[in-house]
Write a protein that binds this ligand. Structure first.
Ligand code: DWN
Ligand code: SAH
Ligand code: ZN
Length: 408
């Protein structure tokens, strides 16, 4: 674990504003029969006083997080399958229109987006270091390089296949501390006139909804239009468009191009102005957020203890990476939440990182239904409420903690 002395983007001064304590790796589900030692790190969030970039104060080595057994599969949600299907279609219609176009995706995971390019016969390459999910993509016909994207990778791809018309990254750029190397690689690999599009959780949404569960080892950066605009300029790129997305609890899709090649849309300046109003660089606002996080955590554990004292049965739903922060910060273990139900095969039969709550398949959720269920996959609420109508019909109630702890 490396502690950052200064901003990872501009070397400016970092101001820490939230300490979420000692945390395990959010996607390291524990084998109950194994004796493997868990890895812990200090989860502390800081903002750069120069370029405003919000980032973690400590960096976890990338091989500890992204490897053969990385359990998250992007195609596990119908909402996300549809989202990436639409995204692929937009690229085909608007950007991949020249002769023999080429799209590169960073963090293609199981191929949820690139399989559409493969099906349409479009030249593509996924760069994905987690071999298990990469194999799933390859099995569906997607061309994947099992590797970390950085300057070296970008140069090799360019030599082997030429420049890209579109470079895309969903929920991946914010995972990469060595973002300077990535942006240098992008600038070199991207064709003049091409576009680099990435989408990640929006820091303003995190502030305004107190969705502090977005903060964990894999999420190193928390972007805003302001910080991305500053960052792009340092690498000869420009922020030319922004679009808010409803997925994953509130994201922004940023479009970058070589400086001077595309006219920025009015949405860029509008979002930067709005962010000033939201106080993204105001230490008072950041400290109020930190206070709201502590209150949220205290309220959740308070409610769970009350239910426990009243003899109620409580389960969890969605063994998300996000839930690791909430459970470990509040100290919620299997005494308060008996099990968490999740559809991901690689998580089932294992224990959640740090707090060791058993993960069970959704089929076991009604067996019998609990009195309460904490929805850790709150970003997939519509999809999960749709599937689990029987729980409400049985008299069960959902507990949510975004934007505050409440029962529905
Ligand atoms: O950024 C990241 C995002 C894209 O995915 C990664 N760092 C890790 C991961 O984060 P997460 O685990 O918080 O993502 P989700 O998409 O909120 O995870 C949902 C979880 O809930 C998955 O484990 C699957 C599960 N699930 C379920 O059991 N039934 C999901 C749905 C939609 C369902 O119906
Ligand atoms: N794009 C998918 C997956 C997001 S999970 C989605 O939106 O659902 C983050 C992914 O980034 C993981 O699959 C992880 O293996 C990958 N990743 C991490 N570091 C990377 C890097 N340097 N280059 C490419 N992919 C990376
Ligand atoms: Zn900075």
């Amino acid at each position: 674990m490396d502690q950052q002395a200064s901003c990872r983007v501009c070397r400016g001064r970092l101001r820490e504003f939230l300490d979420l304590g000692r945390q395990p790796l959010s996607d390291a589900f524990v084998d109950p029969s194994g004796s493997g030692e868990e890895f812990f790190y200090d989860l502390v969030v800081a903002a750069c006083t120069d370029c405003t970039m919000v980032q973690l104060a400590n960096e976890v080595p990338r091989e500890r997080m992204f490897h053969e057994d990385y359990p998250y599969v992007s195609s596990g949600s119908a909402t996300m399958r549809e989202h990436f299907g639409r995204t692929a279609e937009q690229f085909v219609q608007r950007e991949l229109v020249g002769p023999d176009p080429f799209i590169v995706e960073l963090g293609c995971n199981d191929g949820v987006l690139l399989r559409h390019a493969a099906d349409a016969g479009i030249r593509h390459l996924g760069v994905e270091p987690s071999r298990g999910v990469a194999r799933v993509a390859q099995a569906s016909g997607v061309d994947v390089r099992v590797d970390f994207f950085e300057l070296r990778t970008a140069q090799e791809i360019e030599q082997e296949r030429g420049k890209a018309d579109v470079i895309f990254a969903a929920n991946t750029l914010c995972h990469i501390p060595y973002i300077d190397s990535v942006l240098e690689g992008v600038r070199s690999l991207l064709r003049g006139g091409g576009v680099f599009v990435f989408e990640d959780p929006y820091f303003v949404d995190i502030l305004e909804q107190t969705s502090y569960d977005q903060i964990y080892d894999e999420h190193f950066y928390f972007f805003t239009a302001t910080s991305v605009d500053n960052m792009a300029r340092r690498f000869g790129l420009a922020l030319v468009d922004v679009e808010r997305l409803p997925v994953h609890g509130g994201e922004v899709r940023y479009s970058l191009a070589h400086a001077g090649t595309r006219e920025p849309t009015p949405a860029v300046a509008a979002m930067i102005a709005e962010e000033r109003g939201a106080g993204i660089a105001d230490i008072g606002r950041l400290e109020r957020f930190a206070e709201a996080v502590r209150t949220n955590s205290t309220n959740l554990v308070g409610l769970l203890r009350e239910l426990d004292a009243a003899g109620k049965r409580v389960l969890g739903y969605g063994a998300t990476a996000k839930s690791a922060t909430v459970l470990n910060f509040a100290g919620v273990d299997s005494g308060l939440i008996e099990a968490i139900h999740d559809s991901t095969p690689a998580k089932q039969g294992r224990l959640t990182p740090g707090m060791h709550i058993p993960v069970r398949p959704p089929e076991a959720f009604p067996d019998p239904y609990p009195d309460y269920a904490v929805l850790f996959a709150w970003n997939h609420a519509a999809e999960i409420f749709g599937k689990e109508q029987g729980f409400r019909e049985s008299g069960g109630q959902w507990i949510l903690y975004v934007p505050d702890v409440h029962v529905v």
